[in-house]
Design a protein around this ligand. Structure first.
Ligand code: ZN
Length: 344
């Protein structure tokens, strides 16, 4: 079930600042399950009333994207990233793109000079800059305008989700895997058994600097405990050492002790670890360095906070890979934690 939800969510376009397709799908999914609302900045909340402390579980709806900064006289699109990331080449020349034009989505490809057309100077270059790349939609400037592509038009990778062995591979696993956990959890939770007052939240604009989450409390909602579900890192590939990232796909969600922004609740780590042991779900410990998420913002807003991160290979690429078993384990872990440890 979770795999099917994850597939559907990954294939929806949700660039930062334009997460509507993801929010609409989940809003429809949540209708009738509890009190559904959207905040002024666009975060989507599902409130499941219950006794005890107020718990927030959040995942971000947005994904990596490109945004048009100009259209050349020949109809090529000059672009910038929609996220805060500098150009570490998460975008690979040749990648298919889905341009979210006003007149309907249009196919494009991320391009640069290649092969025979390279000048001697370009041949010596080892690193591309934003000035070396563009998007080709195979149209003249007039056709581009007629299609409704303009400065500010966003685009996402146009890659479907596919099975590779036990892996599920595609764009936007960061953080649709977190969104899938919340959707599956809402379906699975027996609200009569809740031992907390639970709110599930999809946040917007995480990738540009944790923007949507920053106002969740300011808009009049308060919570005692906060969890963020975002992708963790897996170090089980040949080019990453176990010494750096001792986490493997299929080993269960990671409980994050610290990342670049904060240290997380040792009490919540112990509680989740005990719950996991009770129900036989594997968990892993993670210490992150070059990594930020919405989680530190929950601490700043007064919540005792933990980042729960199912591992992912090849983060911030169009071939982000997960083991669906880790997503399922995360759902079971939260279900048990929120409902007195009662296993369904
Ligand atoms: Zn993320």
């Amino acid at each position: 079930m979770t795999e099917e939800i994850l597939r559907t969510l990954c294939e929806l376009p949700g660039p930062t600042g334009q997460e509507d397709a993801v929010l609409d799908w989940v809003e429809n999914e949540w209708a009738g399950r509890g009190e559904v609302s959207r905040t002024r900045v666009g975060n989507l909340l599902l409130h499941l009333p219950g006794p005890g402390p107020r718990v927030l579980i959040a995942a971000h709806a947005d994904e990596l994207s490109l945004i048009v900064r100009s259209v050349t006289p020949d109809g090529f699109l000059r672009v910038l990233p929609g996220e805060r990331d500098t150009f570490t080449l998460p975008y690979f020349p040749g990648s298919p793109l889905r341009v979210l034009a006003e007149g309907g989505a249009v196919s494009g490809m991320f391009a640069t000079t290649t092969g025979h057309a390279l000048t001697p100077e370009q041949r010596e270059r080892t690193k591309l800059t934003w000035d070396d790349v563009f998007v080709d939609v195979g149209m003249t400037a007039d056709e581009v305008a007629a299609a409704g592509i303009r400065v500010g038009t966003r685009m996402v990778w146009d890659t479907g989700v596919r099975r590779v062995g036990r892996l599920l591979v595609g764009k936007a696993m960061d953080d649709r895997l977190g969104v899938a956990v919340l959707v599956a959890l809402a379906r699975r939770l027996d609200v009569a058994k809740l031992r907390f007052d639970v709110t599930l939240a999809l946040t917007v604009q995480e990738e540009i600097g944790m923007v949507g989450v920053a106002s969740i409390v300011r808009e009049g909602r308060d919570f005692d405990i906060g969890f963020v579900v975002d992708n963790g890192l897996a170090g089980d590939i040949p080019t990453v050492s176990h010494g750096h990232v001792p986490v493997r796909l299929g080993g269960g969600p990671t409980l994050v002790h610290r990342d670049s922004s904060a240290h997380y609740s040792r009490r919540l780590i112990q509680e989740l670890r005990a719950t996991a042991a009770e129900i036989g779900v594997p968990v892993q410990d993670m210490v992150l360095y070059h990594y930020t998420s919405d989680a530190a913002h929950l601490i700043r807003q007064g919540m005792e906070t933990l980042l729960v991160a199912p591992p992912i290979r090849y983060s911030h690429s169009p071939f982000e890979a997960v083991d669906p078993a880790d997503v399922e384990s995360t759902v079971r872990l939260f279900d048990a934690y929120l409902t007195r440890g009662a296993e369904a």
